[in-house]
Design a protein around this ligand. Structure first.
Ligand SMILES: Nc1ncnc2c1ncn2[C@@H]1O[C@H](COP(=O)(O)OP(=O)(O)OP(=O)(O)O)[C@@H](O)[C@H]1O
Ligand SMILES: [Mg+2]
Length: 236
């Protein structure tokens, strides 16, 4: 589904990502971990094409997308929920959701559209009460629910979630965790989840990838995460 091979990326002359390689199988949930500033968000930016890799290769869904722009990758089924959520503040909740649906590569009929929106409303019932509200006035938790809803309306093959529970009250964190578990069980699409907390990797992901200083230092199955590795590379 996704294969990153020896990706190197820079901000100006700062060498940020160093030979980053990992794979994600179809329907798999992978947790990308590591302390602040190690390059997790930068990895997602390279995946989406927002930051070009200086060297290395990215295969997605059987195609070499290394040189493709962000919008082409989105239409291939790569959906991105960025760390800052990036809700359009002057558009309503409904309009923000609609943008996700427009990113689909197919041209589905009205029933497909209705079912897709109904699914989002079922996952995040709160959104149905605030459909006419401008995105900019939502709370952090509401914005995160909207951002995840918008991303899945694009009918992704791989969903990138950058610290979806950061700065959000515990009840909404639980709800977002349940939604991620639901996606995982459905196997409809793969998920690359950036989270610093160990319990996330253990609870939600099949596989983990840990970064330090721009490089992958260890990866494996989540049930094999060792205490020593956690102490060395992660904030517990
Ligand atoms: N636009 C930018 N220009 C220059 N340097 C940047 C830019 N964005 C990030 N960096 C630097 O790149 C490195 C990796 O940043 P990145 O945002 O990928 O880390 P992260 O692992 O996502 O951290 P966090 O857990 O805090 O979100 C950091 O040293 C950061 O200061
Ligand atoms: Mg980050």
């Amino acid at each position: 589904m996704l294969e990153l091979k020896n990706i190197n990326a820079y901000y100006g002359e700062s060498h940020i990502l160093r030979n980053v390689s990992f794979t994600i199988d179809p329907g798999e949930v992978v947790c990308l971990m590591g302390r602040n500033g190690v390059g997790k968000t930068t990895t997602l930016k390279v995946l989406t094409g927002l930051l070009p890799a200086r060297s290395g290769q990215m295969m997605f869904d059987g195609a070499d997308v290394t040189k493709e722009p962000t919008d082409r990758r989105a239409r291939r089924g790569l959906a991105y929920v960025p760390q800052g959520r990036e809700i359009l503040p002057h558009l309503t909740v409904r309009e923000n959701l609609q943008i996700g649906f427009w990113a689909r590569s197919d041209k589905p009929n009205g029933t497909v559209e209705k079912n897709a929106f109904d699914e989002v409303y079922q996952l995040f019932p709160k959104l149905t009460q605030i459909l006419g509200r401008p995105g900019g006035v939502l709370s952090g938790g509401e914005q995160q629910q909207l951002a995840i809803g918008r991303a899945i309306l694009s009918n992704p093959k791989l969903l990138l979630l950058d610290e979806p529970t950061e700065g959000i009250q515990p009840s909404i964190v639980d709800q977002i965790e349940d939604v991620i578990i639901g996606f995982k069980n459905s196997k409809r699409f793969g998920i690359l989840l950036v989270e610093q907390g160990l319990h996330f990797a253990a609870r939600l992901a099949e596989k983990y990838v840990v970064m330090a200083k721009g490089a992958v230092v260890v990866s494996g199955k989540s049930n094999e995460l060792s205490a020593e590795m956690v102490k060395q590379h992660l904030t517990v």
